[in-house]
Design a protein around this ligand. Structure first.
Ligand code: GDP
Ligand code: IMO
Ligand code: MG
Length: 413
């Protein structure tokens, strides 16, 4: 990717772990200065939370720039779209006085459609890895098998009848098609036009690096490319156009669903983090597993995505933990491993090697400048920067938009 990390005109926002890092919050924060917010992967398996004042909103398909009416939101070709869910989400936004119109939302004609059979199949088969049961995997399977249905086919009466006419839900989906038609367009052309005009663009990732189908903890992953590589294929733009990558990273780690998690913890501290951090999935309500910060994952995400700077979220949740730990290596069969691996055999059987840090007791949720952070919190942040070899540009100390400390503005708009 083109190297231009200083005051870039476009920023990719990428999850560095297993999703739910706080991408929605960070995108909402950055969206004020953006013109376009474009999602490039996933579907309504995502749940991105935005809190402004007393207003809390979770979006699953509509990009997280939604609080700003005049920004163009794009749902790229890399997504799988459940038309019913998208329309429901638009209705819900409308209730919240957020008007979605074809002027502020565009859906790719090449995005694939999630059909009832995909959801059925996911409910049956997804249990083995704990999917969100939204039909995501089966819809991407059909895409790869070249039997999927694209949005442009859904809205074309003749094509749709030919492909779907015999199905029980034909009439229902015809109605969805009618409602969605004005939004469906060539989003690759829109994106390239926005890039040519030097508009400020946020590329919104869903899920995270370790849920990426190629670079994640396969098979406990989702079925799309959640890493920065997915931006180009998911939106139809050249890799030369992506100017900067912001990794969103939780101050501790969480995971929903099954799969290896070397720094996972149980017991009192785990329960505290789950409670204070409200670690329940924004899509399925499942409790998120929690664990210590894992520098191997951090370094891996920096490498795979080319991360220029980090937005570190949920630092406030670590208040009043006596001793904090950061994993700096894995031990496997007596050997030290310094770099993350997607080899399941190693991941499932390794032991984390930790560095320990003194905690802090101050409430961080009202802190607005780096200087006002407790010394022990600063030490923790500095060690993360040192280990990951990437600067932290944003520290998030609460779910609300204003609970955000910008530490290195040169990496942002
Ligand atoms: P996403 O999928 O990456 O957008 O993240 P989710 O919205 O699924 O989960 C992140 C959760 O943490 C949401 O409930 C956010 O409101 C919340 N959150 C985000 N940043 C912070 C933070 O800095 N502190 C606290 N306490 N909560 C945060
Ligand atoms: P956001 O964008 C956290 C997880 C599921 C399951 C695995 C596969 O909010 O960060 P899928 O339904 O995609 O086939 O499930 O991936 N998963 C997520 N976990 N945040 C997400 O999205 C997720 N999307 C999928 O729990 O383990
Ligand atoms: Mg989420």
């Amino acid at each position: 990717m083109a190297k231009q990390s200083y005051n870039p005109s476009n920023i990719a926002v990428i999850g560095m772990e297993w999703g739910d890092e706080g991408k929605g919050k960070i995108i909402d924060f950055l969206a004020e200065k953006a013109d376009v917010v474009a999602r490039f992967n996933g579907g309504n398996n995502a749940g991105h939370t935005i809190e402004v004042g007393n207003n809390k909103l979770v979006v699953h398909l509509v990009p997280s720039g939604v609080m700003y009416k005049n920004k163009l939101k794009i749902i790229g070709n890399g997504l799988v779209v459940d038309p019913k869910v998208l329309l429901g989400e638009m209705k819900n936004l409308d209730k919240n006085k957020i008007k979605i119109t074809p002027d502020n939302l565009a859906v790719s004609e090449n995005a694939h459609v999630i059909l009832p059979k995909h959801i059925e199949e996911d409910k049956k088969a997804g249990g083995t890895i704990g999917t969100t049961a939204r039909g995501i995997g089966p819809a991407y399977t059909d895409k790869a098998a070249r039997i999927g249905l694209k949005m442009y086919e859904l809205i074309d009466d003749t094509l749709f009848k030919k492909r779907f006419g015999d199905e029980e839900s034909y009439q229902e989906y015809k109605e969805y098609a009618r409602a969605l038609k004005p939004y469906i367009t060539d989003t690759s052309a829109l994106m390239n036009n926005a890039l040519d005009k030097n508009y400020r663009i946020l590329f919104e990732g869903a899920q995270g690096t370790l849920l990426d189908v190629d670079f994640g903890t396969y098979p406990f992953v989702t079925s799309s490319n959640a890493t920065a590589g997915g931006i180009c294929t998911g939106l139809g733009i050249s890799p030369k156009k992506v100017q900067s990558v912001l990794g969103v990273c939780k101050a501790y780690k969480t995971r929903v669903g099954m799969g290896p998690f070397p720094t996972e913890i149980m017991g009192n501290t785990a329960e505290k983090l789950q409670k204070v951090g409200k670690e329940f999935g924004a899509t399925t309500g499942r409790q998120r597993r929690v664990g210590w910060f894992d520098a191997l994952i951090g370094k891996y995400a920096v490498m795979v995505n080319g991360i220029d700077s980090i937005a570190l979220t949920k630092l406030d949740v670590l208040t009043a933990v006596d001793k904090l730990k950061i994993c700096v290596a894995y031990k496997y069969k007596g050997n030290i491993i310094n770099n993350f691996t997607t080899n399941m055999k190693i991941l499932q059987n390794c032991q984390p090697v930790y560095e320990e840090f003194d905690g802090w007791w101050d409430d961080l949720t009202k802190v607005r400048t780096y200087d006002k952070l407790p010394n022990n919190a600063k030490k923790y942040l500095r060690r993360i920067e040192e280990l990951l070899k990437v600067p932290i540009s944003i520290v998030s100390v609460g779910p609300r938009r204003e609970q955000t400390i910008v530490t290195r503005s040169e990496f942002l708009f």
